[in-house]
Ligand binder design. Structure first.
Ligand code: ATP
Length: 306
């Protein structure tokens, strides 16, 4: 393989306000700082996180032919991500996320998909040779289901390992879930998936991950914020403890986690070993504001620097 990780997914401009607490319906809350604009989107975040750790990484996606699209592509290139398969769309804007971050570090987000909604199975066909050269293909659900399905099929046919971050939760063909190795979701997403399938509510973290194996994935990783993650395969589960961190902004922690999984799996790590790396990178990312700006280099991770 000539590429470690190919990410198929979204690119968004993140517009972030910091608030003492999130607004209730009908309420107005003042931002406590000036609005910041930074590069985000689950697909782009994963690509940057993986590349910063040293993975040879490419991103398949779509942006508008606007200034936001320019700055997203620039950010990706600055981190060495291959952007050759990122299309530009004349008719729609670049995706945008409106993020509010509360004093606790917890975020609340509105996403306008825009160009991300135009990423098509044809784009996947065009990226066929790139996907065929990848060890791991990582998918997120901020792009259309038929595109995710096409990417999963193409990756499988080429012998690439599939990492599926089912975020936001979306109904997928059973065939795609069956290829996920692992399926990665956070605690809330895990609950939503199990609820939709009519499964009983799990009592603890380990039960969440084991129950999700029942939806058909080859392996499962459920993230639990500061508590870390649970990995499950072949009916067995293991808790990977969180790495203590002073959280200032958790935006993009899940993407950093998924990207680290993809990178370590591309290097031959077992699931639990990859998840141990991912909790370290996730913890590092919550200690700095923003999504992509908060991601560490391999040196940062190895030296344990904040
Ligand atoms: P987000 O939506 O904020 O990007 P998420 O909800 O998808 O994140 P989380 O489970 O909150 O996912 O976080 C992903 C991983 O990041 C966790 O498994 C953990 O390793 C790390 N992490 C998140 N929050 C913290 C924290 N407060 N302290 C230490 N590590 C954290």
């Amino acid at each position: 393989s000539t590429v470690d990780v190919v990410v198929v997914g979204s690119l968004n401009i993140d517009m972030t306000a910091r608030v003492s607490r999130h607004p209730l319906p009908g309420e107005t809350v003042q931002s406590t700082t000036a609005l910041t604009t930074s590069a985000g989107g689950k697909g782009a975040n994963q690509a940057v996180a993986a590349a910063r750790l040293g993975a040879r990484t490419a991103l398949v996606g779509r942006v508008g032919a606007d200034a936001h699209g320019d700055s997203l592509l620039e950010a990706l290139r600055a981190d060495g991500v291959d952007t050759a398969r990122i299309g530009r769309d004349d008719e729609v804007a670049t995706g945008t996320a409106l993020i509010s971050v509360a004093a606790t570090g917890e975020n609340s987000i509105i996403v306008s998909a825009a160009a991300n909604a135009r990423l098509s199975p044809d784009d996947i066909a065009g990226a066929g040779p790139l996907i065929a050269a990848a060890r791991v293909v990582s998918l997120v659900l901020e792009v259309p289901v038929e595109t995710v399905t096409a990417a999963a099929r193409t990756a499988h046919a080429a012998g690439a390992r599939l990492v599926l971050n089912l975020s936001p939760v979306t109904d997928l063909p059973a065939e795609v879930l069956a290829l996920a190795d692992p399926l990665i979701v956070n605690e809330h997403e895990a609950r939503e998936i199990l609820q939709r399938k009519g499964f009983p509510v799990p009592r603890d973290a380990v039960e969440h991950a084991v129950a999700l194996l029942g939806v058909g994935a080859r392996s499962v990783v459920v993230t639990f914020g500061e508590s870390g993650a649970v990995v499950a395969e072949s009916g067995r589960a293991e808790h990977i403890p969180g790495v203590p961190a002073e959280a200032v902004d958790t935006t993009g922690a899940g993407d950093a986690f998924a990207a680290t999984m993809a990178w370590r799996l591309s290097q031959g790590d077992a699931l639990a070993a990859a998840a141990r790396w991912a909790t370290r990178v996730g913890a590092r990312s919550v200690q700095h504001p923003g999504a992509q700006p908060s991601y560490p280099t391999l040196d940062h991770v190895l030296s344990g620097s904040a």
